[in-house]
Design a protein around this ligand. Structure first.
Ligand SMILES: [Zn+2]
Ligand SMILES: [Zn+2]
Length: 195
């Protein structure tokens, strides 16, 4: 039976590691490094993602343990996006830790398989792990800087270019209210405010 729970990402193919030399040899371990190009950005995905073709560097230790192959290490990449206020480009260097135990299928009860990460074909596949680790680091509302003044709400002008930028607000309700106050406070006003 196959499950459609995890869509395969292009990273899955790029980040497969053959561990046949470690399988069943508890206590042995090996470090690996691999740098792969980021796949295309996901449309409508996270605000901060690795730009297509940019490096995603993976440095991990593969350890053979009784239950399977334990993988731990670091992913290093630069996320890119736009400032959520002024739309300027924003970069974010991240290097999240990754940590996963790929279980030998024969050690996992059938009922628990769907919830387990299994070692398949003597390979560890780190695509999903790496993708999730980067996503966890991604700023949801990136800013070019903490106090970014953003864009003018009325015309889209970059406030950074002229902090004095503003529009003369002509609000009819406000003007009417102002008229009322003028009438009320100035008894010597010859007009009585009736239109
Ligand atoms: Zn900004
Ligand atoms: Zn404006």
């Amino acid at each position: 039976m196959t499950t459609d729970a995890t869509p395969t990402s292009p990273l899955d193919d790029a980040l497969r590691f053959d561990v046949v030399d470690l399988v069943g040899r508890t206590g042995t371990h090996r470090s690996v490094e691999r740098t792969v190009p980021a796949p295309a950005r996901e449309a409508g995905g996270l605000a901060m993602q690795v730009a297509e073709g940019d490096d995603i560097a993976v440095e991990i230790e593969l350890e053979s343990v009784v239950e399977g192959i334990y993988v731990h290490g670091t992913v290093t990449a630069e996320l890119e996006g736009e400032c959520s206020r002024c739309l300027d480009p924003v970069e974010q260097d991240v290097s999240p830790r990754v940590d996963e135990l790929f279980l030998y299928p024969e050690k996992v009860k059938a009922a628990e398989r769907e919830d387990s990460v299994l070692l398949e074909d003597d390979e560890v596949r780190l695509g999903t792990l790496v993708r999730d680790a980067l996503a966890m680091e991604a700023d949801e509302r990136p800013l070019c800087r903490e106090d970014c003044p953003g864009l003018c709400a009325q015309c889209g002008f970059r406030m950074e270019d002229d902090p004095e930028h503003h529009h003369e607000v002509i609000d009819e309700r406000f003007a009417a209210l102002k008229g009322l106050f003028d009438d009320g406070s100035k008894d010597d006003d010859p007009q009585d405010g009736k239109a």
